[in-house]
Write a protein that binds this ligand. Structure first.
Ligand SMILES: [Fe+2]
Ligand SMILES: [Fe+2]
Length: 294
C-alpha cells in the first residue's frame, strides 16, 4: 500500500504554517501496537465457525486499511491548515491503518484460507470512486462535524464488538480500537469548534449535516466491503443488497445487547450544542428512537 511520508508536503506552505485553526496539540506516541495483542492465545473454536463474525471483521479490516485514501482526501480538503494536516497524517491515519492491520492479522490467524489481499484489492477498486474530496462537506466546519459523526459510529461499533465478541482476543483488539476512535472524535471535535468560531456556522446547518451523515454512515463502504469478502470466500454465491440487508439484521441482534446508545447519542448532539432544556428533553427521546430503529 502506498504511504505518504510523515510530514505531508501539502501541509508545509510556510505562509500558512499556523493554519486556520491555530491548534497544535497532539497526542504523543501510540498507546498500543500489534505486539500487545496475544494472537497466539486466540480461542479459535469460539469464533472460527461463525460466518457473520468472519464477514464483519474481515470487512472492517478492509474499511480501516483504506484510511490512506480517506486521509489523502482530508489533507487535500484542509490544505493550508498545518495543525489539522499534521494531526491527520501523523496521528489519525497511522492509528486507522493500525486498526486495519490488527484486524487483518486476526482474520488471517482465525481464517487462514481466506485470500485477504484479493478481497481487499476488489474492495479498493469498487470503493475508490466513492472516495473523493469533492464529496466532502460544504464547509470546513461542517466537514469536521461530519467526521465527529463518523467517529461516533466507529467508536460505538467497536464498543459493540468488544461487548458482543464470543472470543476474548477480538474483544481486546476492539477495546483498543474503540479507545482510539474516541480519541479521533475528540480531535475532530476540537478542530470543529475552532472552525465553527471562524465560520460562525448556524446550529441548524450543523444539525442538518449531522443528520445527513447519520443517514449515510456505513452504507456504501460497508456493503462493498462485505460483498468483496463474500466474493472471495464463496465465489459461487450471489451477494446482493438483499443478502446484505439480512446480514445487517443479524448484526443488529448483537447491537441491541451491546451498542452504547446513550454515549452515541450524546456524542452526536455535542457538535450541534443544543440549548440545555432541549438537550435534557431530547437525549432520552433520541436514545429511545435509536434503540427502536435498531
Ligand atoms: Fe478505525
Ligand atoms: Fe477513527
Amino acid at each position: 500500500m502506498s504511504r505518504r511520508p510523515p510530514t505531508d508536503p501539502r501541509c508545509a506552505h510556510p505562509a500558512e504554517a499556523d493554519g486556520a485553526t491555530g491548534l497544535t496539540r497532539e497526542r504523543k506516541g501510540r498507546r498500543w501496537s500489534l505486539a500487545d495483542i496475544p494472537y497466539e492465545r486466540i480461542h479459535r473454536p469460539a469464533i472460527a465457525a461463525d460466518r457473520d463474525w468472519f464477514y464483519l471483521i474481515a470487512a472492517s479490516s478492509f474499511v480501516e486499511i483504506l484510511s490512506d485514501l480517506y486521509a489523502a482526501n482530508l489533507v487535500t480538503y484542509y490544505a493550508g491548515d498545518a495543525p489539522v494536516c499534521a494531526w491527520l497524517s501523523r496521528t489519525w491515519e497511522p492509528e486507522e491503518l493500525q486498526h486495519g492491520a490488527a484486524l487483518r492479522r486476526y482474520v488471517e490467524t482465525v481464517w487462514p484460507d481466506f485470500d485477504w489481499e484479493r478481497g481487499f484489492a476488489g474492495f479498493r477498486a469498487d470503493y475508490a470512486p466513492y472516495c473523493q474530496t469533492a464529496l466532502l462537506g460544504p464547509t470546513r466546519a461542517l466537514e469536521m462535524a461530519a467526521r465527529c459523526v463518523v467517529e461516533t459510529g466507529t467508536s460505538s461499533f467497536y464498543a459493540m464488538v468488544r461487548g458482543a465478541s464470543p472470543e476474548p482476543v477480538l474483544a481486546t483488539i476492539a477495546g483498543h480500537i474503540r479507545d482510539d476512535e474516541v480519541g479521533h472524535y475528540k480531535g475532530f471535535y476540537r478542530f470543529y469548534r475552532a472552525y465553527r468560531e471562524i465560520e460562525g456556522v448556524a446550529r441548524w446547518r450543523v444539525a442538518r449535516e449531522v443528520w445527513r451523515r447519520v443517514v449515510e454512515v456505513d452504507q456504501e463502504d460497508a456493503y462493498l466491503a462485505v460483498k468483496n469478502v463474500s466474493q472471495v470466500h464463496e465465489p459461487g454465491r450471489v451477494f446482493d443488497r438483499a443478502q446484505f440487508t439480512r446480514f445487517r439484521a443479524r448484526v443488529r441482534l448483537w447491537m441491541r445487547a451491546s451498542y452504547p446508545f446513550p454515549t452515541a447519542v450524546k456524542m452526536l448532539l455535542r457538535p450541534i450544542d443544543p440549548p440545555r432544556p432541549l438537550e435534557r428533553l431530547g437525549v432520552p427521546l433520541a436514545i429511545r428512537c435509536a434503540r427502536w430503529l435498531v
